[in-house]
Design a protein around this ligand. Structure first.
Ligand code: NAD
Ligand code: GDD
Length: 327
């Protein structure tokens, strides 16, 4: 039986990944500062611990795991990473986790390690035109991310690649483009646009108005969690190290995203665009490399994952205290 360690297993993607690995027959240890807020984990072993502490890292990463998935990070949506208020913590916490994990992974002889980087590491100068952003892997340099969160991701990508070159650590690096779905943060300030739109529209009365940050013409693409995990698993099974984009190429404006959710909800709701943290003007995944290397592309349109996410968030809005069973 293969053994995997999921760092950040109490979070959104880590929580889903534990379920996926269990369904594939793995023995799984999860580690996080907290349990997932919305459901119980099916990890065989779940450790509450702080990965900025090297003693904790040595305790959970105590053997030559077949696979380590390093997803733990101090992260959030535009309301968390673009205000500037969390910059020092984001850089310190996430970089320290990655420094500890890379070092310990070599000590115990981990067989393969996955690192989740972000589209936020791409240069701001290529994302100024909302209709024509450039996020191909080779466009990463000269580096100019628009957030400290993006700089830390770039540093940690390079850290893992250096451990590969100098110590033979077998790494896989992916750059996620805005992943969404059920069991993700939808309130509290760290939520990303899909969850925020679902919550706002679930909460508003018929005939009401929701607030959307910026002029609503900024663009993004969003990838449903199951598609993301399929790509992650394929990357881990392949010989390709990356870095590679894992995202969707279905680019929409944020007002279009809001309109899609309004349509799903079947509500009469108006949009009011207000000042807020907006980040880059345009971003879209470029999937040329992943198609070539892994023969993978997302299989469903945005509206389908969005419909499932709205259904989950609207239930949570009605009954916020309920902890759902694992689905
Ligand atoms: P998340 O915030 O839900 O999960 C991250 C988890 O890391 C959280 O549960 C958090 O408690 C944990 N963590 C933070 N500091 C820790 C510490 N010191 N010790 C132990 N655990 C700690 O985020 P997510 O959406 O699941 O993202 C997972 C990874 O993917 C992150 O590295 C994130 O930067 C990256 N990523 C996500 C997206 C996205 O759209 N969700 C996009 C790009 C990159
Ligand atoms: N979060 C949020 N909440 N965003 C809103 C809202 C709102 O109520 N209204 C409008 N937006 C706009 C933001 O201003 C931004 O322009 C756009 O929606 C997308 O915001 P997010 O989904 O929060 O973040 P992002 O796409 O800029 O960055 C996210 O994706 C990266 C990877 O692609 C973040 O989650 C990063 O952490 C992640 O790495």
């Amino acid at each position: 039986m293969k053994k995997a360690l999921v760092c950040g297993a109490g979070g959104f993607i880590g929580g889903h990944l534990v379920e996926r690995l269990k369904s594939e027959g793995y023995w799984v240890r999860g580690v996080d500062l907290k349990e997932n807020e919305y459901r119980k984990t099916s990890a065989d072993d779940f450790v509450i611990g702080d990965l900025t502490n090297p003693v904790v890292v040595a305790m959970v990463l105590d053997q030559s795991f077949d696979e380590v998935y390093q997803l733990a990070a101090d992260m959030g949506g535009a309301g968390y990473i673009f205000t500037g208020d969390n910059d020092a913590n984001v850089m310190h916490n996430s970089a320290t986790i990655n420094l500890n994990v890379a070092n310990q992974a070599v000590k115990v002889g981990v067989k393969k390690l996955f690192y989740s980087s972000s589209a936020c590491m791409y240069p701001a100068y290529n994302q100024e035109d909302p209709n024509n952003p450039k996020c191909s892997e080779e466009s990463a340099y000269p580096a100019a991310p628009d957030s400290e969160y993006g700089w830390e991701k770039l540093f940690s990508e390079r850290l893992y690649l250096a451990y590969n070159r100098n110590y033979g650590l077998n790494v896989r690096v992916a750059r996620f483009h805005n992943i969404f779905g059920p069991y993700g943060t939808y309130t509290g300030g760290k939520e990303k646009a899909p969850a925020a739109m679902c919550r706002k529209i679930a909460e508003v009365e018929q005939g009401g108005t929701i607030e959307v940050w910026g002029d609503g013409k900024q663009t993004r693409s969003f990838l449903y969690i199951d598609e993301c995990l399929e790509a992650v698993r394929r990357l881990m099974e392949s010989d390709f190290m990356g870095p590679v984009n894992i995202g969707s190429e279905e680019m929409v404006s944020i007002n279009q995203l809001a309109q899609m959710v309004i349509g799903i909800a079947g509500k009469d709701v108006s949009i009011k665009n207000i000042d807020g943290p907006t980040g880059v003007r345009g971003r879209n995944s470029d999937n040329k490399l992943i198609r070539e290397k892994l023969n993978w592309a997302p299989s469903e349109p945005l509206i389908e994952g969005l419909t499932r996410t709205y259904s989950w968030i609207s239930q949570k809005v009605k009954k916020p205290e309920a902890v759902s069973a694992v689905s």
